[in-house]
Design a protein around this ligand. Structure first.
Ligand code: IVH
Length: 672
């Protein structure tokens, strides 16, 4: 019989191995559910045997309570930055300078390493005798912030290196939020009535610099490591950058894809190729980094002020354009949040037409001092909502006046409130027609109660004529109510009433999501529904009981409890109960009208925004059948990263193939 100690050690080893396969090799061999099962087994054993506790156990990733602030930590070696160049001439000059300083002729060919410049957050990890002891941000380069507790919450950062490295080992890289995870996070935040992040970089920064490591843990942050704090040259250590990257992978540390280039012409070709393929990388990339490959040559070249002479960042042209602000409007969301929006003279940025850009909140408008008729710089970063970066002050008309943020709701006239420490101003009037409209609209959306035929225009009319003042009113509508509105025919009125009636039977998770409770996006709603089973049980749950649900944080728990305790929440639930909306217990129902209805779908490779299980669940929810192997019967192949033989086979068979982004847009409601 194995002792508890042996079992615990075995489980820890196994879990670390699976994390490595998932995060570093991109080749998971077990499902998320299986990983969770092993994890639960380890947690149980550790709880039964407190003497076996260990700081590098995966169960210790989210340990301590949130802290009051971050401790400042000096870096043993400054975290330098890179010199930038913006065109091929700049890269050629860099190459010539390198050769001149190394005493080589202009025609010599240097060995370079070329890799993406990841638009994330610089981080330093310090391992001592192979165990993670400290994680710090770049800070001002000399002193950073101690973010160890948060780094430990990031599953992609190993708590122990896979090989023994004696003494202190300081490794540097970039923490980032994968693009797909960023899109999902913003969707969830917007669904929950919160402000989205402007770009993946801000989202990553916001997630890493959290005083509560549980929040960091809930965001699927990744890390790529690309340097040591000093260039290694000792015998037995990697002699080149490429060797170093391979060694880091062996140690269990993910590193960026790096190409070896002989001579500057190869560098330029590789740069072009990488930039062309950049939308395929799971992270935002703001350029390409060119590094002298040989460590001895790196040392010989040394540093100037705060940048190495042996490396250069070849930046991408920014996705920015200038245009004119036609007006500034303020939108009211379903939680009452007021969002200022710049209405722009349409302009093409990075291939897409932009005619509106978010100004985020009152502070942002004031900080940037955006005014009507201003010329502004607009940026579109990847799949992100366009934003106004800055005003071209020199072009400002003389008679321009600063924008005054409304003190009253533009829709209902209620005095706007802004809570201490919040960036968002809100209309406090739950009956505000804009809020009601947005709530009803959300309630009816496909992922919520899925009421077919209840479009935006109709909702607007129903709310404006006060036929609907809350979600329960929808279920009281009669045919005459609908026919009284302009532009609705007999047949469609009947169809709509059938659709509304059918919504009474929606499962609990959908209803919870549909209620638009703050912080309750689709995923949270599912967790709550699965855990509590019924609306009655959930509405009685205490904050502690809510927070004890795996995946539910303190903030979410508080918001849910507050909703069920509020007069509004109670009135809404009582109203829904009266009209017969009882939330069916969650169970699988065959879907015949889903986006993938009747299709056989195979998922291969690694998806960034969801696990394999989640992908299969989504396929099933859309009426498709998830299959394991590609055959002639396959209708669609979803190819994630590092897709292999299944992708080849699908190509041979001429099966339709989509990448992760394509799959997401299919699920979102794009064309089949
Ligand atoms: S090398 C001495 N490689 O860019 C080595 N930096 O603008 C200096 N960055 O502070 C860094 N991707 O945070 C290096 N592949 C990469 C990088 C990278 C992103 C960041 C890093 C650095 C900043 C300089």
């Amino acid at each position: 019989m194995k002792t508890a100690r042996q079992l615990v050690e075995e489980l820890r080893r196994e879990l670390a191995e699976h994390a490595h396969r998932y995060y570093v090799l991109d080749q998971p061999t077990i499902s998320d559910a299986e990983y969770d099962r092993l994890f639960a087994e380890l947690s149980r054993l550790e709880a039964d045997h407190p003497d076996l506790a260990s700081a590098d156990s995966p169960t210790q990733r989210v340990g301590g309570a949130p802290r009051a602030g971050f401790r400042q930590v000096p870096h043993t070696h400054p975290m330098v930055s890179l010199a930038n160049v913006f065109d091929v001439d700049g890269v050629r000059e860099f190459d010539l300078r390198v050769k001149r300083m190394l005493g080589q002729g202009a025609e010599a060919a240097i060995d370079y390493a070329v890799e993406p410049k990841i638009d994330g957050l610089g981080i330093e990890l310090t391992y001592e005798d192979s165990v993670l002891r400290l994680a710090s941000t770049r800070g001002d380069g000399s002193t950073g912030e101690d973010v160890t507790a948060n780094a430990k919450a990031i599953k992609a950062i190993p708590l122990r290196l896979r090989q023994r490295v004696p003494g202190a080992f300081e490794v540097r890289g970039e923490v980032y939020l994968p693009k797909a995870a960023f899109a999902a996070l913003n969707r969830d935040r917007e669904e929950a009535g919160e402000e989205g992040f402007a770009n993946p970089r801000n989202a990553a920064a916001g997630s890493l610099r959290q005083l509560d490591p549980a929040v960091t843990a809930a965001r699927p942050l990744r890390v790529l490591l690309y340097a040591l704090s000093t260039t290694p040259v000792a015998p037995g250590l990697p002699a080149t950058h490429l060797e170093l990257m391979a060694w880091l992978k062996d140690l269990g540390l993910a590193s960026p894809p790096t190409c070896r280039c002989h001579g500057i012409a190869e560098v330029i070709a590789t740069d072009e190729e990488m930039k062309e393929r950049r939308h395929r990388f799971p992270y935002d990339m703001d350029g390409v980094v060119v590094k002298v490959n040989d460590h001895r040559l790196q040392l010989e070249l040394g540093m100037v002020s705060r940048a190495p002479r042996w490396a250069v960042a070849f930046k991408l042209p920014p996705q920015e354009e200038t245009t004119t602000v036609r007006g500034i409007t303020v939108q009211v969301g379903r939680t009452g949040a007021l969002t200022p929006v710049a209405e722009l003279e349409p302009v093409t940025v990075g291939g897409a037409t932009v005619s509106r850009a978010t100004l985020h909140n009152a502070d942002e408008v004031a900080r940037k001092d955006v005014r009507v008729a201003d010329r502004v710089l607009v940026r579109r970063a990847g799949e992100v909502i366009p934003e106004v970066v800055a005003v071209v002050k020199e072009a400002r008309p003389e008679d321009s006046v600063p924008f005054v943020f409304p003190t009253r709701c533009p829709e209902c006239g209620a005095a706007v409130v802004r809570e201490d420490g919040e960036a968002v101003s809100r209309c406090p009037n739950r009956r505000c027609p804009a809020q009601v409209r947005e709530r009803i609209r959300h309630f009816a959306t496909r992922k919520a109660m899925d009421i077919d035929g209840l479009g935006d225009k109709l909702v607007e009319k129903l709310v404006a004529t006060e036929r609907v003042t809350g979600v329960a009113d929808l279920f009281r509508l009669g045919k005459e109510d609908l026919l009284a509105l302009e532009g609705i025919a007999d047949k469609s009125a009947e169809k709509l009433l059938v659709a509304i009636n059918a919504a009474k039977e929606r499962p609990l998770a959908r209803l919870l999501f549909a209620l638009g409770i703050r912080h309750v996006g689709e995923q949270v709603a599912k967790l709550l529904a699965n855990h509590f089973g019924s609306l009655a049980t959930l509405s009685q749950a205490t904050v502690e009981e809510l927070a004890a649900v795996h995946g539910i944080g303190a903030e979410v728990a508080a918001a849910v409890a507050a909703f069920f305790a509020s007069d509004d929440g109670r009135a809404t639930l009582a109203g829904l109960d009266r009209v017969g909306v009882r939330a069916a217990p969650a169970k699988a129902v065959p879907v015949t009208n889903g986006k993938l209805a009747g299709m056989t779908v195979v998922v291969t490779g690694t998806l960034r925004s969801m696990s394999r299980d989640q992908a299969q669940e989504r396929i099933a929810l859309e009426g498709g059948r998830a299959a394991a192997a590609v055959s002639k019967k396959t209708d669609l192949l979803v190819a994630g990263e590092a897709a292999g033989s299944k992708l080849q086979k699908a190509e041979q068979l001429g099966i339709k193939i989509v990448d992760e982004a394509g799959f997401l847009s299919l699920l979102e409601g794009g064309a089949k």
